[in-house]
Design a protein around this ligand. Structure first.
Ligand code: PGA
Length: 263
């Protein structure tokens, strides 16, 4: 069974939450799969209070310290306190590698670096909250043939945390920035290649392969392309943005995750 994580980003309201989380649950029950939904922080407890056993509620970001004068931030301790079990970190939209209506220059003060992502990772590990570590190259980095170097740079500080803390399982989402929210999907061949690269890189750097590595693909995943990604050996699941709110896509994605054949 492949893994499915829905990333809501800054979308939704109570009505949509109610509709979609119950849809995830119903389809999850039908196909015998569970999924995760990473919600805007104001809706985390609303999502959890729905008690949908096939839907794990996750956060989209965290600050690395426990408490203090960090206006607007949320700590791993707080996530733990309300019962959140997983959290995205290092999403390109938090690294300031963003496309769309926002000028990246004005995001600078709020940007994640590989170092802050590693600090966040460590904070989550300490609270036993699963981290989904997002990495990916921009269109320019891809065009100039630097994808693997970028992935290595983004993962170096993460691997250090894995080694220093004897982490037994690590989950990475490979999300090429140019494929996020654009409909420009990464070819399955390239996605497979990059996911395999991430898997091997982490195993190679962690002594004697003593770590289980799970790699998800993200970037314009929908009902119409998900089966191709799931068919790849090194793709263990998907991180889904825009299609998270499309009931028909969600149904196909969860059915495909279960390995069921469409009738
Ligand atoms: P998308 O977003 O599916 O809308 O491309 C994926 C993500 O950013 O996690």
């Amino acid at each position: 069974m492949k893994r499915v994580i829905f990333n809501w980003k800054m979308n939704g309201n109570k009505n949509l939450l109610n509709e979609m989380i119950h849809h995830y649950q119903k389809q999850g029950e039908k196909y015998g799969v569970s999924c995760s939904a990473c919600l805007p922080s104001v809706y985390l407890t609303t999502g959890m209070d729905m008690n949908c056993s096939n839907v794990h509620i996750g956060a989209q970001d965290v600050f690395w310290l426990n408490s203090g004068a960090y206006t607007g931030s949320i700590s791993a301790e707080m996530l733990k306190d309300v019962g959140v079990t997983l959290c995205l970190i290092g999403h390109s939209e938090r690294r300031g590698r963003i496309s769309g209506d926002v000028d990246p220059n004005i995001l600078e003060a709020n940007q994640d670096s590989s170092e802050t992502v590693a600090l966040k990772y460590h904070a989550l590990l300490e609270r036993s909250i699963e981290a989904i570590i997002c990495v990916g190259e921009t269109a320019e980095e891809n065009r100039s043939g630097n994808t693997e170097r970028v992935l290595e740079d983004q993962l170096a500080s993460i691997i250090e945390v894995v080694v220093n803390n004897s982490v037994s399982k690590v989950t990475v989402a490979y999300e090429p920035v140019w494929a996020i929210g654009t409909g420009n999907t990464c070819s399955v061949e390239d996605a497979e290649l990059r996911c395999a690269f991430i898997n091997h890189l982490i195993k190679e750097r962690v002594a004697k392969n003593q770590v289980q590595v799970e790699v998800l693909y993200g970037g314009s995943v929908s009902g119409s392309n998900v089966r191709e990604y799931f068919a790849q050996k090194s793709i263990d699941g998907v991180l889904v943005g825009g299609a998270s709110f499309k009931p028909e896509d969600v149904t196909v994605i969860l059915e495909a995750a279960s390995g069921c054949v469409v009738k």
